[in-house]
Design a protein around this ligand. Structure first.
Ligand SMILES: [Zn+2]
Ligand SMILES: [Zn+2]
Length: 130
C-alpha cells in the first residue's frame, strides 16, 4: 500500500512512513456530521512520520478533535485528537490506495443508523474505546 494521499482537488497532499498503528471505523455523530456519511473509516499513523503540504483549515470540536480539511475543496484530510497525542488520524477515503487489511475495531456503534448494514470488526465499542 502506498503511503500517500490527497484531497479531492489535489492541492493538499500528505505522506507517512510506517504502516498505520490502527485502522478503525467510527459511527460517532461528530464523524457523521463532519463526513456527511454514516461511518468514518480511519487509519492512525505516528505524528512524527506524517507530513503534508497545501492549504488547510481546521475545526476543533467539543470532543477536542481538531479536524483539518482542504480550504479549497473541503475534503477532510487528517485529524489530531487531544486525548491521543503523538498520532494523526487520516480518513481512508483520501488515501491514494485503500488498505489491504481489515479494520481492527469499530466504535460508537450506538449511533450507527439502523438502515446502514455493514459487517463490523469483532472488537466493538458502543461509545469510545476505554
Ligand atoms: Zn482540495
Ligand atoms: Zn468519530
Amino acid at each position: 500500500m502506498s503511503k500517500t494521499g490527497s484531497c479531492l482537488c489535489g492541492d493538499v497532499n500528505f505522506s507517512y512512513k510506517s504502516d498505520p498503528v490502527m485502522f478503525l471505523m467510527c459511527h460517532c455523530t461528530d464523524c457523521q456530521k463532519s463526513t456527511g456519511s454514516p461511518v468514518a473509516s480511519i487509519i492512525v499513523v505516528s505524528e512524527n512520520e506524517f507530513s503534508f503540504s497545501g492549504p488547510t483549515s481546521s475545526y476543533e470540536c467539543e470532543a477536542k478533535v481538531t479536524r483539518s480539511f482542504c480550504k479549497i475543496c473541503g475534503s477532510q484530510v487528517f485529524s489530531r485528537i487531544e486525548s491521543a497525542p503523538g498520532v494523526v488520524a487520516i480518513k481512508t477515503g483520501v488515501l491514494d490506495e485503500q488498505p489491504t487489511t481489515k479494520p481492527n475495531l469499530v466504535c460508537w456503534t450506538k449511533s450507527k443508523p439502523d438502515w446502514f448494514e455493514i459487517s463490523h470488526p469483532e472488537v466493538s465499542f458502543k461509545e469510545n474505546p476505554n
